[in-house]
Ligand binder design. Structure first.
Ligand code: NAD
Ligand code: TYD
Length: 349
């Protein structure tokens, strides 16, 4: 018999990709998306899913106990996958409160509902950022599941707080939980405040490409579909109580990513503008994915050179999706986050 899976945050970047993967790979399962539709949630992203009778969308806040309880009563889910979060580091530096609320309290509310109604699995989608950062001059170091949590930003701290709470609910109440900690994702439907889609959108408009500091910071990039496939494996075959690191051994410097985007779009590198660095900016993230490979046989399937091409093509083919976003409230955001930085860079030049 098919399972009922509640996917929170399914109107966002990774959650939506996961919804589509599940509908395609497990047509017998019912997928219920619970999403508050914050600035980062977009119902247009789920337009195709809405046509599938196995899919239901519910607009609600994961912090709203009553709404969450009602949904659990109606749907009696077998599995809950929690993607819902405030996810942008820069916003967490501006306004940490909402990160603690959604990322920690929201996780607690969901797990309380899981305890009350009984579920087969609660899966927490976490991040490699809970491990802090690695120095650039030690390429031999990687994050393993045993690396101590050591966070830098309000975002990563709120995610680490949630992870600790998940482990506490497993140990104290026996809740059947799993956690995955993934490196930076890229691919279709990513909100254009994150590095790759922001640079694509700006380059296409011949706007400055704001690189923080020297752009030497390293991220370990994974194509979003590979992340979703890993989560699919964990919720079906993963061991309760475990943490799984997910990453593709694909470390890249920010500046090199931006140059690749310029080249792919035929835009001059003179658009690259070095701006004031992010406060507390993590230097390097690098995941050791040995455990998930050995336990579940997972390996990334998309090479960066192919994934970035597909991603750029997706943004070219789906201009209305992101142009719609950047025409609204986003303008204020861009001005607030980049206005001063770009003016300073111009003065220096
Ligand atoms: P996103 O910002 O694109 O989407 C977040 C979604 O959550 C949106 O649809 C939003 O409306 C929803 N949401 C926010 N607050 C909510 C609330 N209180 N109640 C219900 N819904 C709410 O984020 P993303 O990049 O898709 O990330 C998804 C998850 O994966 C997050 O937990 C994030 O920490 C984690 N993660 C992201 C990355 C990455 O590179 N993007 C890497 C590792 C882990
Ligand atoms: P981001 O996509 O925000 O992901 P995270 O901070 O979670 O890794 O940023 C990726 C890297 O790109 C990070 O080192 C910050 C840098 N960056 C810029 O240089 N300029 C930008 O405008 C943005 C959004 C990010």
């Amino acid at each position: 018999m098919g399972k009922t899976i509640i996917v929170t945050g399914g109107a966002g970047f990774i959650g939506a990709n996961f919804v589509y993967l599940e509908l395609q790979e497990h047509p017998e399962d019912r997928i219920v998306c619970l999403d508050k539709l914050t600035y980062a949630g977009n119902l247009e992203t789920l337009a195709e899913a809405m046509k599938n009778p196995q899919f239901r969308f519910v607009k609600a806040d994961i912090c709203d106990r009553e709404a969450v309880d009602k949904l659990f009563e109606e749907e009696k889910p077998d599995i809950v996958v929690n993607f819902a979060a405030e996810s942008h580091v820069d916003r967490s530096i501006e306004n940490p409160g909402i990160f603690l609320q959604t990322n920690i309290i929201g996780t607690q509310v969901l797990m309380d509902a899981c305890r009350k109604h009984g579920i087969e699995r609660y899966h927490q989608v976490s991040t490699d950022e809970v491990y802090g950062d690695l120095p650039l001059d030690r390429p031999d170091l990687f994050f393993t599941e045993q690396t101590p949590l050591h966070t830098s930003s309000p975002y990563s701290s709120s995610k680490a707080g949630a992870d600790l709470l998940v482990n506490a609910y497993h140990r104290t109440y026996g809740l059947p939980t799993t956690i995955s900690r993934c490196s930076n994702n890229y691919g279709p439907y990513q909100f254009p405040e994150k590095l790759i889609p922001l640079m694509i959108a700006n380059a296409l408009a011949d706007k400055p490409l704001p690189v923080y500091g020297e752009g030497l910071n390293v991220r370990d990039w994974l194509y979003v579909e590979d992340h979703c496939k890993a989560i699919d494996l964990i919720i079906r075959k993963g061991k309760v109580g475990e943490v799984y690191n997910i990453g593709g051994h694909n470390e890249m410097r920010n500046i090199d990513i931006v140059k690749i985007i310029c080249e792919a779009l035929g835009k001059p590198e003179s658009l690259i503008t070095h701006v004031t660095d992010r406060k507390g900016h993590d230097m390097r993230y690098a995941i050791d994915p040995t455990f998930i490979h050995k336990e579940l046989g997972w390996l990334p399937e998309t090479m960066f050179k192919d994934g970035i091409k597909k991603t750029i093509q997706w943004y070219l083919d789906n201009k209305p999706w992101w142009e719609n976003i950047i025409s609204g409230e986003y303008q204020n955001y861009f001005h607030k986050m980049y206005g001063e930085r770009l003016a300073e860079a111009e003065e220096k030049a």
